[in-house]
Design a protein around this ligand. Structure first.
Ligand SMILES: Nc1ncnc2c1ncn2[C@@H]1O[C@H](COP(=O)(O)OP(=O)(O)O)[C@@H](O)[C@H]1O
Ligand SMILES: [Mg+2]
Length: 323
């Protein structure tokens, strides 16, 4: 094929471009309370898209609607051309789903969990065997294939749940809080797996309340709170839009805490206490003047760049982790 016609074809494809996932004005309520309150978003093929929000934001409800597990009250939802509202069954044939609670069979081995799942989703015995071997290889689980699930660490179980969702060779995978409850090392492993999946062309939609997870994995994300999407963009765009350039972090020895609080209050410098840290943001993102604090014994001040946690705080007035 000549270069010219290749480029024509490309343009033609773009002109017809439809997003892989198109959610318009999705709504779902429980006893008159809107769990998801009219959200719209699109996910393009090959993208990793995140919903970032605290507990109760409506993430799980959204993920469940996407995968056809929770009915949609109103709005439209299409995944790869499938109308999920009309035909929630078909969507599961092209989608891998990892729920927050892995749903693995603890009495079976790693191999058996994968194989039986393949069998359940309709693969023939030989296809299920073949696919199990491919998936074990891909996720580097081959040497654990005979291990019982109850013997596995939390991180290993999560990796197995992700592996299992790939048994159907899905083009899109939906993960609800993939690394919640994992230690930092296991979390990193899960992030690596997801990055490898993305590289292999799989479209990933995930929900999380960890800003590091969203910042590390997502091409684009939406900030979700109380059933609504407050804004969306790339992590960098969101930080540029809503986070201060720098935030001062002040570590204070307990004995000096009162003096520091008094100082900040007297100078009307707004601050928040996050664990043992005082976090201070200057006016309209300017660096706050905390030079005088350095004279107090037991005080150490440093600056960090604005992050998605700050974005959430700006948009909602609350901490992401508070929920
Ligand atoms: N099955 C349910 N029955 C009643 N209320 C629910 C149910 N599922 C979710 N909710 C409510 O909907 C809201 C959003 O919940 P959820 O989608 O689980 O949020 P998230 O996953 O972000 O924590 C919460 O207020 C929650 O209590
Ligand atoms: Mg949830």
């Amino acid at each position: 094929m000549s270069e010219q016609s290749e480029s024509d074809r490309h343009q033609h494809k773009n002109a017809l471009a439809v997003s892989l996932i198109e959610a318009n004005n999705l709504y779902r309520s429980y006893r008159n309370i809107a769990a998801v309150d009219g959200i719209s978003f699109r996910v393009e093929t090959g993208e990793t898209y995140g919903l970032l929000g605290p507990n109760g934001a409506g993430k799980t409800t959204t993920m469940r609607m996407l995968s056809g597990l929770t009915p949609v009250d109103s709005g439209t939802l299409r995944v790869a051309g499938i109308d999920v509202v009309q035909d929630s069954r078909s969507v599961r044939e092209i989608m891998g789903v990892v729920t927050q609670h892995d749903g693995l069979d603890a009495g079976l081995t790693v191999y058996q969990n994968l194989f039986l799942y393949g069998f359940l989703i309709g693969l023939s015995k030989s296809s299920a065997q073949k696919r199990t071997h491919e998936v074990l290889e891909f996720f580097n689980l081959r040497d654990r294939s005979k291990a019982n699930v109850y013997e596995l660490s939390g991180g290993m179980k999560r990796r197995l749940a992700i592996a299992r969702s790939m048994m159907s060779s899905p083009t899109v995978i939906v993960l609800d809080e993939p690394s919640t409850g994992l230690d930092p090392q296991s979390r990193n492993r899960v992030w690596e797996e997801l990055a490898i999946l993305k590289e292999s062309g799989v479209t990933v939609v995930l929900s999380t309340h960890y800003m590091e997870e969203a910042a590390t994995l997502c091409d684009r994300l939406s900030i979700m709170d109380r059933g609504k999407i407050l804004d969306e963009g790339t992590p960098d765009q969101m930080i540029l839009r809503y986070a201060p350039k720098e935030v001062a972090q002040i570590r204070v020895a307990p004995g000096s805490l009162r003096r520091v609080r008094d100082y900040l209050n007297k100078h009307e410098i707004p601050f928040r206490e996050v664990g043992a840290l005082l976090s201070v943001t200057g006016d309209r993102g300017a660096n706050p003047d905390i030079s005088e604090l350095n004279g107090i014994t037991g005080v150490k001040a440093s600056y960090r760049a604005g992050n998605l946690e700050d974005v959430f705080l700006t948009l909602t007035g609350r901490e992401l982790r508070d929920g």
